[in-house]
Design a protein around this ligand. Structure first.
Ligand SMILES: [Zn+2]
Length: 64
């Protein structure tokens, strides 16, 4: 479990939450991406470059 502060490839700051720090019900691996300060709102696509965060943020990549 951890909270990872990182960035999209475009520079947009994102926060990746895993394990007990995540409240994602959408992904089997339990990862959740939120914008810093916007608690509990799950994001999947960057609102700046519109790319899927699972592809632009290594910490948010899908784990099988
Ligand atoms: Zn982006």
């Amino acid at each position: 479990m951890s909270v990872i502060h990182t960035n999209c490839t475009c520079g947009k700051a994102v926060e990746i939450r895993t394990g007990k720090d995540s409240d994602s019900r959408y992904r089997k691996d339990g990862k959740q991406a939120v914008y810093p300060g916007e608690d509990g709102y799950c994001i999947f696509r960057c609102d700046q470059c519109l790319e899927p965060l699972s592809e632009t943020v290594p910490a948010f990549a899908y784990e099988s």
